[in-house]
Write a protein of this length. Sequence first.
Length: 153
Amino acid sequence: FEMFHAWVVARPEVDLAGLVYHGRSVGGAVVAQLAARHPPAALILQSSVTSVASFSWRFGVPPVLVSSPFRTDGLIGSIGCPILIMHGANDTIVPPSHGRRLHALAPGSVYAEMPGDHNDFPRDEGAYWRTITGFLRSAGLSGPPPAVPSGQR
């Protein structure tokens, strides 16, 4: 992910002052690591884990065997940008307790829990985009994100 970040920030059309990282599930843990090293203008974690090691037993893997534990819980409090944490209230893969814990560890973060499981979140795309747009505006980043056609998420 470091190489991808270097490629993105080197592009002339990228406004570094408006760079927002958005990660989903384990991808949220990855972008949180990136945000700790290369702070963005804002960070959005969607259905993210406190750490990969914290739920590896659910899949029969002892935490000691997880080579990249991605300890979001250990670094989120030091990330110095606005943070939005979103989670499906009925998530059966990454329980909402992960999102709630990350919110508790990140002073000033915004937490939004909405109906949905892990793979059908968000159920209400209108509420989802209103939450993201409101968060970005409150972070001083104007304009909504580009719309993504439903079949391309």
